[in-house]
Every structure is written in structure tokens, then in C-alpha cells.
Design a protein around this ligand. Structure first.
Ligand code: ATP
Ligand code: MG
Ligand code: MG
Length: 394
């Protein structure tokens, strides 16, 4: 192993926090850039390491340049960073950046991402750009071509479905409400994908181009936000969905540049075909179970990939696993802590709390990973966990 290189992470949320755990095991120094001195990722590094974190926005040129000065390599735990500055930093030879800033920029704009994937032959739902400040008429025109329902989406700064507005009928009031909800961000429209399941695959790639995918998982969303994830994917009656999903995810990632972990979201249609929804150029919520359920977690494999260390096995080490997000239900931390405490009595459950001090409705506050030797055991324990939710927080 080469002497430890210092890795700078843009973003200090829960994904950064979960990168700090394998970094500590492998002795990899990390410096986190985010606003605030006590973000989820900054909490887990003990002094003197945590005193060197940078307090500032991950979109700020001066802060990114300062981070680059102190590190051998920069990476991201969120895609909404300043990709232009990352590109300059790399071009000037100040610091290596993984994955490539060009990939991060492409993914930031969900419309350009879709265009890129479609051009590379990756199947996606029909989609169309909307003009700036779209009128009701613009929406009606797009709906005429894409049909109803239609999903109106913000092209940029989208996460946890907060940039999505499903339009079920083409009525003035609904269109106005959707446009108002989405605000003044650039928008595009996507034909509704009447999927039977949502599927996700984590893919890791190193600088030499070696690619390894994890087993596909089933992701269950409500109101566009991930609630539960089941690993591996059970696609009863549909032959080979896992292998096809892995192959599609690997193909999609191979069209992008740079090393690291990628989260690939897909829709499984009734006829067994798969449509790609979107790619995240970073660790992803649908790969959290890999910490307890796989030989090498998505977080450790990300660090290995960007540091040119041998990639670890992506195989499951248990037959059956699930991940349940703990979402905030109000400003009170009580339901979150109650859910976490209840899970501690369930065999095979591992509780992760992200150290966020403020709860908000639908905010990701933590998650629970459940592992089991059989599906029957998994579903019994899953039921116990879901029933223990103090309100509809899952
Ligand atoms: P993330 O937190 O995964 O980054 P996001 O805000 O980027 O989410 P999407 O992944 O585009 O949003 O959509 C969130 C969810 O909304 C999807 O997982 C799916 O459940 C639903 N959804 C999105 N697009 C469509 C579509 N075209 N048809 C039907 N449902 C959709
Ligand atoms: Mg997204
Ligand atoms: Mg998504």
C-alpha cells in the first residue's frame, strides 16, 4: 500500500459520515468541506483530524481551492458542487479529482444526463425539455406528446424527489400548482413510467477501468423518497432481472468518466424491460445495506477505487437484507429516537443515526439495516420494525 494520501470530500452529510468509517479502518486521512463545524461527517473524526476540516460552502471557489491545497485527491458525497472549479483545480494540476468533474457536471443537469444516456443507447422513459419560465401552454404541448400522467422535474438541484411534481391531469389549476411548486429552476418533463418495481445497482470503477457491480436491489419509494430497500432483488417470474440490471448499470457507468462508486436507479416494467431513471456519481442510499450485508461496503470500495487500491468483493455475505430509512416526521427528534431504540431489540437490526440535531419532515435522519438467514426471518423482523414506527415515518 502506498503511504496514505489525504482525501478531501466536498459535502459533510451522512454519505460523508459513512465514508469516514472505512477511512479510519484503512488509515486514510480525510478533510471535509461543508458549512458548519459539526456536520454529520465532521463529527466522526476525532481531534486533531477534525480540526482541519473546512467550514464553508462546497460551491465556493476559495474554499475548494483551499481544500485542494491540503489534499492529494478530491471527491464528492453530493453532486451539487461547483464542477467548474473542480475542473480548473484538476487542469491546473493542483489536485486530482474523482470522479471526473465533467461527469459531475453532466449528472447535475438531469435533462442533459438523460440526453447523454439516450444517445449512448441506454433505454430511458421518453422525455422533453421545457422552455425557461414555461407557460401553461408549454406544459400542455409537452403533455400532448408524452401523455398523462407526466412527471415534471427540475433539471438541477434535485434530491429526494424535491424537484419532482407528478401531473395527473391537464387542468389549469394542477399545472399552475406544479409550476409554482417547482419554482424558477429549469425544468423538463418525463413520460410516466408505470413500473412494477424500482431497482437500483451500485457500480464501482477504478482508474484502470475495472468495473464491479453489486447485486441489484428493490427500492420502495413513497412521495418520491426512498423508504425501504430489499437485497437482493426478488423479481419472481422474471428471469435474469438481476443480471440484466447489473449489465445495464455497468454499461451506463461505462459511458461516464472517472473512478469511484455510482448509484444507478432503474424502473422494471411489466414486460421485464428496464428503463434507466438516473445515476448518482457518489455513494447512494440504495447501497447502505452493503455496510453489513456485503463483503466490501459501497463506501470502502469508493475509497479503494479513487486511491488505486484493490477493489473489494461486492458479493452479499448474507442471503437476505433490508434497509429502512428513518425519516423525520416533524421538528421533534422523539419519533426518530423512538424508532432507533425500538430497532435495537430486533435481532439482525443495525441502527445508524446520522447525528443531525434538527429533525424536519421527510429529512433523512438515519437508517436501519436488517440482515437475516432466510427471507421468512427477514420479513418477520421487517414487519416488527415497520410496526414500531411511531407514525407514518417510513
Ligand atoms: P434522488 O433522491 O434519488 O436523487 P430525485 O429527486 O433525483 O431523487 P428521481 O430519482 O428523478 O428524483 O425521482 C424520485 C422518484 O420519483 C423515483 O424513484 C420514482 O419513484 C418517481 N419517479 C421519477 N420519475 C418517474 C417517472 N418518469 N415515472 C414514474 N415515477 C417516477
Ligand atoms: Mg437524483
Ligand atoms: Mg432518484
Amino acid at each position: 500500500m502506498n503511504p496514505a494520501k489525504t482525501v478531501g470530500i466536498l459535502g459533510g452529510g451522512q454519505l460523508g459520515r459513512m465514508l469516514t468509517h472505512p477511512a479510519a479502518l484503512l488509515g486514510i486521512p480525510l478533510i471535509i468541506l461543508d458549512s458548519g463545524s459539526y456536520t454529520p461527517a465532521k463529527q466522526t473524526l476525532l481531534p486533531p483530524q477534525n480540526t482541519s476540516h473546512l467550514d464553508g460552502p462546497f460551491t465556493s471557489e476559495s474554499h475548494i481551492r483551499e481544500l485542494a491545497k491540503q489534499c492529494d485527491l478530491l471527491t464528492v458525497e453530493i453532486e451539487h458542487v461547483n464542477a467548474d472549479v473542480l475542473e480548473q483545480v484538476e487542469r491546473e494540476g493542483l489536485c486530482e479529482v474523482q470522479p471526473s468533474p465533467g461527469t459531475i457536471r453532466l449528472i447535475q443537469d438531469k435533462y442533459l444526463q438523460k440526453k447523454h444516456l439516450a444517445a449512448k443507447g441506454v433505454p430511458v422513459a421518453p422525455f422533453e425539455a421545457l422552455p425557461a419560465d414555461p407557460t401553461e401552454e408549454d406544459v400542455r404541448n409537452v403533455v400532448q406528446r408524452l401523455g398523462t400522467p407526466v412527471m415534471l422535474k427540475a433539471r438541477t438541484l434535485a434530491y429526494d424527489g424535491r424537484g419532482n411534481s407528478p401531473l395527473k391531469e391537464v387542468e389549469s389549476t394542477s399545472i399552475k400548482a406544479s409550476l409554482e411548486f417547482l419554482g424558477d429552476r429549469p425544468l423538463y418533463a418525463e413520460a410516466w413510467a408505470p413500473f412494477v418495481k424500482e431497482v437500483a445497482v451500485m457500480v464501482v470503477r477504478n482508474k484502470e477501468g475495472e468495473v464491479r457491480s453489486y447485486d441489484a436491489v428493490e427500492t420502495m419509494h413513497r412521495d418520491s423518497i426512498l423508504r425501504v430497500c430489499l437485497a437482493p432483488l426478488r423479481a419472481g417470474g422474471m428471469e435474469g432481472v438481476n443480471l440484466r440490471a447489473r449489465a445495464l448499470a455497468e454499461k451506463a457507468v461505462s459511458t461516464l468518466e472517472g473512478a469511484g462508486i455510482f448509484g444507478v436507479e432503474m424502473f422494471l416494467m411489466a414486460d421485464g424491460t428496464l428503463l434507466l431513471n438516473e445515476i448518482a456519481p457518489r455513494p447512494h442510499n440504495s447501497g447502505h445495506h452493503t455496510i453489513e450485508a456485503c463483503h466490501t461496503s459501497q463506501f470502502e470500495n469508493h475509497l479503494r477505487a479513487i486511491l488505486s487500491l484493490p477493489l473489494g468483493s461486492t458479493s452479499l455475505r448474507v442471503p437476505s437484507a433490508a434497509m429502512i430509512n428513518i425519516l423525520g416526521s416533524s421538528s421533534s427528534m422523539d419519533p426518530v429516537l423512538k424508532t432507533a431504540e425500538a430497532a435495537m431489540s430486533v435481532p439482525g437490526a443495525n441502527v445508524h443515526l446520522y447525528g443531525k440535531t434538527e429533525s424536519r419532515k421527510a429529512r433523512k435522519m438515519g437508517h436501519i439495516t436488517l440482515t437475516a438467514l432466510t427471507d421468512a426471518e427477514l420479513f418477520t423482523h421487517l414487519r416488527t420494525l415497520l410496526l414500531a414506527q411511531p407514525d407514518a415515518s417510513v
